[in-house]
Design a binder for this molecule. Structure first.
Ligand SMILES: C[S@@+](CC[C@H](N)C(=O)[O-])C[C@H]1O[C@@H](n2cnc3c(N)ncnc32)[C@H](O)[C@@H]1O
Length: 180
C-alpha cells in the first residue's frame, strides 16, 4: 500500500521536489538504527519522504506551508495514523507540536536552516540525529554556507556529509552543554 503511493509520487517526476528513493531509504534506515520514536520533518511537499520515514513505525510530524501540496499530502497520509501534517510556516508553527524529537529532517527553504536549527536544537536529546538535504545542490548559497559553518563549529554537533541524493548532512546531537 505505502509502496504503491511512493511509486505513484515518483512517477510525477520533479514536480514536487521529492527527495527520491535513495534518500528515503537512508532516512528510514537511520531512524531504525537509532530507534527514533518521534520524528520531525520541515518541508512535506506531497508527503514522499514522510511516507518513507513512517515505515519505521515512529510518530512523524511534518510541516508544510503550501496549501495545495499540503492537501495532496493529507490525501496520501489518510491511511497512516502515525503521520501528522502540521500546516503553516516553520519555525513559527513548531510550537504547535509538543515534546522532543529523536530525528529531524530539514527539506524546506534553503536560507532558513539557521532559524529551523535554533528552534529545533533545544528539543533534541543526546544521540538524536538531524539530516539536512540539498547540500550538493545548494551548499554554496550564502545562508546555507552560514548554516554549514555553524554546524561544523557547534560543540553540540558532529557532522558528516553523505553523497546520497542531492547530498545529505547528517548531524549527530552530542548533547554537550545540555542537561539531557
Ligand atoms: C523540497 S520540498 C519537500 C520534499 C519532501 N521532503 C520530500 O522529499 O518528499 C520543500 C517543501 O517545503 C515547503 N516549505 C518551504 N519552506 C517552508 C517553511 N518555512 N515551512 C513549511 N514548509 C516550507 C515548500 O512549500 C515545499 O513543499
Amino acid at each position: 500500500m505505502i509502496d504503491e503511493i511512493l511509486k505513484k509520487i515518483e512517477k510525477s517526476g520533479e514536480k514536487y521536489w521529492i527527495c527520491g528513493p535513495d534518500t528515503g531509504e537512508f532516512l528510514l534506515e537511520k531512524i531504525c538504527e537509532i530507534g527514533a520514536k518521534r520524528v520531525l520533518e520541515i518541508g512535506t511537499s506531497v508527503g514522499y519522504s514522510a511516507l518513507w520515514m513512517s515505515k519505521s513505525g515512529a510518530e512523524i510530524f511534518t510541516v508544510e506551508s503550501h496549501k495545495e501540496r499540503g492537501d495532496l499530502a493529507e490525501e496520501n497520509f489518510k491511511d497512516f495514523s502515525n503521520i501528522r501534517l502540521v500546516r503553516g510556516h516553520a519555525p513559527e508553527v513548531l510550537s504547535e507540536i509538543p515534546g522532543e524529537f529523536d530525528f529531524v529532517f530539514f527539506d524546506a527553504t534553503k536560507y532558513e536552516h539557521l532559524a529551523y536549527f535554533e528552534a529545533v536544537y533545544p528539543r533534541m536529546r543526546k544521540g538524536a540525529v538531524l539530516v539536512v538535504d540539498n547540500i550538493s545542490t545548494h551548499g554554496e548559497g550564502k545562508m546555507m554556507r552560514k548554516f554549514l559553518d555553524m554546524a561544523k563549529d557547534h560543540p553540540g554537533c558532529k557532522s558528516e556529509f553523505k553523497e546520497i541524493g542531492n547530498g545529505l548532512l547528517v548531524i549527530e546531537i552530542l548533547g554537550l552543554n545540555k542537561e539531557n
